[in-house]
Design a binder for this molecule. Structure first.
Ligand SMILES: C[S@@+](CC[C@H](N)C(=O)[O-])C[C@H]1O[C@@H](n2cnc3c(N)ncnc32)[C@H](O)[C@@H]1O
Length: 295
């Protein structure tokens, strides 16, 4: 847990540049599903740099009560700076599985791309406890089903990994060797992340007691402004894949590293020719909307 948050701290300042542009349209999609009103009390778990809360604060500058909970201090600081003009938005360092709020305190609880780092059952139970009657949980997560790992999904990521492997060292350190073993056979799925599928999340939410659950799998189009942004986003993520990529690159000889970089640029450009200037790939995500019974 500590290591993971250190990784998030390390990339807090790059997060808005490399991760937020791909996640922002998905945040819009999630917010479209939520009937917001000015009296809502909102908790955003694993808030990161406050992407969702800042979007919510915009149309309701002083009406909503907005709380973001995150474990990484680095990301917390970025979020606080972004929301400094909104007195109703606050950010707190809290573990999403063990939240220190009173039961039934919130009308909406959001969780975007954080569930994979948590125990889904523990965190959904906490969400259920904290929602008022009739309250809504709105969650997005990467789909970890087999379908999400085969074409057309994640084509660019696969190409990136393939090229990186071609230039990887033949004399790895024991640490790198260990990581390679851990990653081998993992397809594109992140081994440290918990499993999330349309079916598993629906069953989990129903089992916890949400009577009204809608779970669906959606195709998201991730767009990167240019190759540099795409390459940086591969390396600044906090998944076990991006940690592994960084390890491989650190151990590459300088010449191999430069050749790898060139090869990535040439091949990705070739691959993306049909899609004009943007670099894009599709990815499967799961969206869960679960409402608590009105008393
Ligand atoms: C991929 S980021 C997503 C951030 C944000 N929701 C977004 O969509 O941009 C995952 C976030 O989860 C946070 N996180 C991971 N484990 C956590 C935990 N146990 N409790 C609270 N936050 C956690 C990390 O600090 C990080 O900010």
């Amino acid at each position: 847990m500590e290591d993971l948050q250190k990784r998030f701290n390390l990339h807090a300042s790059d997060y808005d540049r490399y991760a937020v542009p791909t996640l922002s349209p998905l945040a819009d999609l999630l917010l479209e599903q939520i009937g917001m009103n000015e009296a809502m009390r909102v908790l955003d778990l694993c808030t990161g740099t406050g992407l969702l809360l800042c979007k919510l604060a915009d149309p309701f500058p002083s009406a909503l009560m907005l709380v973001g909970a995150v474990l990484s201090e680095g990301m917390l600081q970025v979020a606080r700076t972004k929301a400094k003009d909104n007195p109703r938005a606050s950010f707190t360092a809290m573990d999403a599985e063990l939240l220190g709020f009173t039961s039934r305190s919130f009308s909406l609880i959001t969780l975007q791309f954080g569930l994979g780092y948590l125990d889904p059952e523990k965190s959904l139970r906490e969400i259920f406890r904290l929602l008022e009657p009739g309250g809504l949980a709105a969650i997005q997560a990467y789909d970890t089903s087999e379908a999400a790992t085969v074409p057309p999904y994640r084509r660019l990521t696969k190409l990136f990994a393939y090229i990186l492997n071609k230039y990887s060292t033949r004399t790895p350190s024991p640490e790198l060797e260990q990581t390679r073993k851990k990653m081998s056979g993992s397809s594109e799925r992140d081994r440290n992340m918990t499993q999330q599928t349309e079916k598993s999340l629906k069953e989990l939410a129903q089992g916890i007691g949400f009577p009204d659950v809608e779970s669906r799998s959606l195709t998201a189009q991730f767009q990167y402004a240019d190759i540099e942004t795409f390459l940086n986003s591969m390396l600044t993520g906090c998944t076990s894949s991006s940690i592994y990529y960084r390890q491989e690159i650190e151990e590459m000889a300088a010449e191999a590293r430069a050749n790898m970089q060139r090869s990535q640029e040439v091949n990705i450009k070739k691959y993306c020719q049909s899609s004009k200037s943007l670099i894009e790939e599709s990815c499967l995500i799961v969206q869960l909307l679960a409402r608590k019974r009105k008393n």
